[in-house]
Design a binder for this molecule. Structure first.
Ligand SMILES: NC(=O)c1ccc[n+]([C@@H]2O[C@H](COP(=O)([O-])OP(=O)(O)OC[C@H]3O[C@@H](n4cnc5c(N)ncnc54)[C@H](OP(=O)(O)O)[C@@H]3O)[C@@H](O)[C@H]2O)c1
Length: 236
């Protein structure tokens, strides 16, 4: 399996590169020219295509012949960086490739997510301020995901909770809607977010899903597992 990691030099990207190599995949990484050095640990084991992730020529070259593309959607600046990145991947990835995109819980596929007051406040307050400072445009990630959802590709959009560093705890659990009790703990190890992204490449049940994830050892995930065990039942 040949996979491209778009945004390979970031924290999530580097973990994804590592998981992909652990699985024996051939890896191509895309990152900004100035960040190539962050991938030195993988020298000789991956191919690096330097450039902006919304540069269509860069993406066309990087995803050629790939069976899977893992894309970090980061809404930097106010010129549609995420949207440009997503669109280039949608346009140039081989037709049957598995496409897996990362984003946050604030993205909603069907409008049925139930958000906490805190998350609404963060998005409502931080969003406009960040855009005003021309630093981040949250709506850019919303538009990027809207285009992914509307595409006829084999996509999965993985929605991350709050993140923390630390050793892997195992594959996160997921649910279709933010607000579901299993997600209440709202914390995932970044290394495990990356694990979920990479595992999604070979999990066809996740095609056209936007799983909201949470760490499998968090209290809400464990409480859910206990309740399911007691009922002898499983599912999302
Ligand atoms: N942080 C959280 O708490 C959180 C929570 C939920 C979901 N997520 C999602 O997780 C994913 C990864 O987020 P992360 O916070 O962990 O960050 P990250 O993995 O460190 O990735 C940030 C990415 O953005 C790039 N980048 C940074 N500054 C840039 C700039 N000015 N212009 C263009 N690109 C720039 C980085 O590339 P360089 O290496 O070149 O700098 C890197 O590829 C995102 O999809 C995010 O929505 C994050």
């Amino acid at each position: 399996m040949k996979v491209c990691v778009v945004g390979a030099s970031g924290k999530l990207g580097q973990y994804m590169v590592r998981h992909a190599l652990d699985r024996g995949y051939e890896v191509v990484g895309v990152c900004r020219e100035k960040s190539v050095g962050k991938l030195d640990a993988f020298k000789g084991r991956i191919t690096v295509v330097p450039g902006a992730t919304d540069d269509r020529e860069v993406i066309e070259k990087a995803v050629a012949g790939c069976d899977g593309v893992l894309t970090v959607l980061a809404p930097w600046g106010v010129h549609g960086y995420s949207t440009g990145t997503a669109q280039a991947v949608l346009d140039y990835a081989p037709k049957d490739a598995r496409l897996v995109f990362s984003c946050g819980w604030h993205i909603s596929k069907d409008g049925k997510d139930r958000y906490s007051f805190k998350l609404k406040l963060i998005v409502g307050l931080f969003g406009p301020i960040a855009r005003l400072l021309r630093f981040v445009d949250i709506n850019d990630q919303v538009e990027a995901c809207r285009r992914v959802f509307a595409s006829d590709t084999r996509w999965t959009v993985v929605r991350g909770s709050d993140l923390e560093e630390g050793e892997s705890q195992g594959l996160p659990v997921w649910s279709r809607h933010v607000g579901d009790p299993i997600l209440r703990s709202n914390i995932t190890r970044r290394v495990d977010f990356a694990l979920f992204m990479v595992e999604a490449l070979e999990n066809d049940e996740l095609i056209h899903e936007a799983p909201a994830i949470v760490g499998c050892q968090t209290p809400s995930a464990l409480a859910h597992a206990g309740a399911i065990g007691a009922q002898g039942n499983a599912g999302h």
